[in-house]
Design a protein around this ligand. Sequence first.
Ligand code: DON
Length: 577
Amino acid sequence: MHQPILTRLSFVVALWAGAAPAFAASPAPVEGQNGMVVTAQHLASQVGVDVLKAGGNAVDAAVAVGYALAVVYPTAGNLGGGGFMTIRMADGTTTFLDFRERAPLAATKDMYLGPDGNPIPGASTETYLAVGTPGSVAGFEMAREKYGTRPREELLAPAIRLASEGFVLEQGDIASLAEGNERLAQDPAAAGIFLKDGKPYAMGDRLVQADLAKSLTQISEGGADAFYKGGIADLIVKASQANGGILAREDFEQYKVREMAPVTCSYRGYEIASSPPPSSGGLIICEILNVLEGYPISYLGYGSAETTRLMVEAMRHAYVDRNTALGDPDFVQNPVEKLTSKAYADEIRSRIDAYRAGVSADLKVNVSPESPETTHYSIIDKDGNAVAVTYTLNGSFGTAKVAEGTGILLNNEMDDFTVKPGVPNLYGLVQGEANAIAPRKSPLSSMSPTILSKDGKPFMVIGSPGGSRIITITLQAIMNVVDHGMDLQEAIDAPRIHHQWLPDRVFMEPRALSPDTLRLLTGMGYNVGIDPDWTIWGEAAGILVGGKNLAQIEDGDGTGYYGAIDSRASAGAAIGY
Ligand code: DON
């Protein structure tokens, strides 16, 4: 399109000010004046918005969405898994709910090792032994009771309706089910639900989940006790015992949600609140950001060799700490202060060579790597209460096993433990003793539900699935907004890189780095490439407050909320009102 020179100039000026609508690499973020719900499945997003419109707060919406995703997003939404919720109330108080799975009381350190001392293939991912005691229902009920405002029955009603009446499967739903069909077919109870007469569902089919509707109704009537002390626990224990598992009634009776303070740090004036151990997420995001704060990342630019190498070196150092030093806080002394301190970031910066790639093997010895389906959703209400939730079955559909009669898919979260030091898990993470298996312990996670604020007001709500990449996905969404001035949708869609100490390789998405940049990095000694085994780099779900990008927020030009769901997957939606 031809533009007169003057118009072009004013257009550039307008762009500079962040006011131009064009030149986006992605569609515009979704706008809402009163509230925003961003989830990986559009029906669940609508459930959340309906709760907000009916006068519920962000926590009410998060609880209703959590139950709804268990129905409409079975690859990761769940009752049989666990997760984390970061809450920032409008008055600025923050809290964190840890409802991650706990190892069964009968779990032992070497439970996945065979007589030869090596991991038994599939034991920690494909069997009933892989199942940790689920936490999602306890977590949602605690959130609702302490921070919500609406009755349980009201928040469960949409999920019950979606399960009992069913919902029509669209392209994104079929793509998601396709990931699990083969494994789901191997478990009769799962196959009875997620396959249609033994064949994959097709677009336009209706998925009805009668047993799940029954379980949800029991929870609606009896609360968390219906799950942990009632018939649901009995059915899961029965299925576990019949199939070589170790879950017992006591595991359910003793399950407790932990409420704790989020991990906090600052990045270029923004306050970050994110997940503390048993997640590594918040700490490691803070550690990487603290290191990067010392460099002019905005000036160095998105995708440049210089920015990339600094990110890689910060990631390399931080993932050593992730994989060797962290574990469940009831079992391990986590060096939280050290890892979040600016002084430690100085020390790391002093060890980064300006000309040559670092070498992971030089950083530490005696460790081993970590594991992909999870889902993240972000919600904010009219008062500014913000909630970030990441929850999971671990792998896609968890174990892909359903306890007969419950309709509930069971997690394979136990694989997040160190099965054997030095042996990579599902996500290639090589981990150490701090994350060894013990009864009641939670495996170390990378889930990073994160809320940023500035001047006492919420600024950004963000998180993603992606196994060990959750941390770097969340990190890059933050950097793309704060350092690179992208609007939220661009920030989430922009191609990503990842380094996790071991393997000593910089992974990139196609087109994340130009051929010139690749040549510069290779010349410095970096081993950079596309990981052919890892096609989906998460599915970030975020909200920005007061503008679609930083320029608009700083100018005070925007109002309301801007939501974006990752373009990498197609079932989700950001819905505002
Ligand atoms: O807690 C964790 O870090 C893993 N269980 C998360 C798994 C995950 O993100 C899978 N999704 N892509």
